[in-house]
Design a protein around this ligand. Sequence first.
Ligand code: GRF
Length: 190
Amino acid sequence: MKRIAIFGSGRGSNAKNIIEYFKFHKNISIKLMVTNKSGAGIITVGKENKIPTLIIEDHKQDLNDKILKTLTENLIDFVVLAGFLLKIPSTLINKFPNCIINIHPALLPKYGGKGMYGINVHKAVLKNNETVSGITIHFVNEDYDKGEIIFQAKCSVLPNDSPKLLSKKIQKLEHQFYPIIIEKLITNEH
Ligand code: GRF
C-alpha cells in the first residue's frame, strides 16, 4: 500500500476529490493532511474522512521539523500538493525525490512563480487575452512552479469569461485529471 499525504491551504476541493477517488483503492491510500491555515476547508475534509491533519505554523523551522517528523511517523511515500501556499523546504524535496507533485491552474511555464496563485492567475490570463488556459501537474523542486511537467490539459478562454468563470472551468479539469495522474505515477514508477 502506497501512503499519500495531501498538503493544502485552501478550500480543499481537490483533496476531497482525491480522497473520494482512492477511498476503496487496493494499493493507494490517503493517510495524512497537512495545512498551514487553521481555518482551511481542507481541515474539515480531513475530519469528515477521519484522516489525521497536521496544522503547522508559518515558521520555517516548524515547517521543516514537524512535517518531516509527521511524514516519517505516518510512513508517507508520496506527497500531493493541492493549493499549498508555502514553499516546500529543500530537506523535504531531497527526502522525497520525484515523490512530491503539485497542480497549477494554468499552462506552465506561463503564469507561474511567486504571487501566481488562485484568482491572480486567471486575472493575468484574461488580461493578456489568452484564448487557451488549463492545468499543469508537475514535480516540485526548489523553484516555485518550475519542476518537470508531468501532464497538462487545456480549456478555451472566451472573451466574456470572468476570472471566476475561468477558475470554475479549471477546477473541473483539476478534479477530472489530478487523481488519475497520481494513480498513474504511483502505479507505474513507485
Ligand atoms: C487549485 O486551483 C490548484 O490549482 C491551486 O490551488 C487550488 C486549490 O483549490 N494550486 P482547492 O483548495 O483544492 O479547492
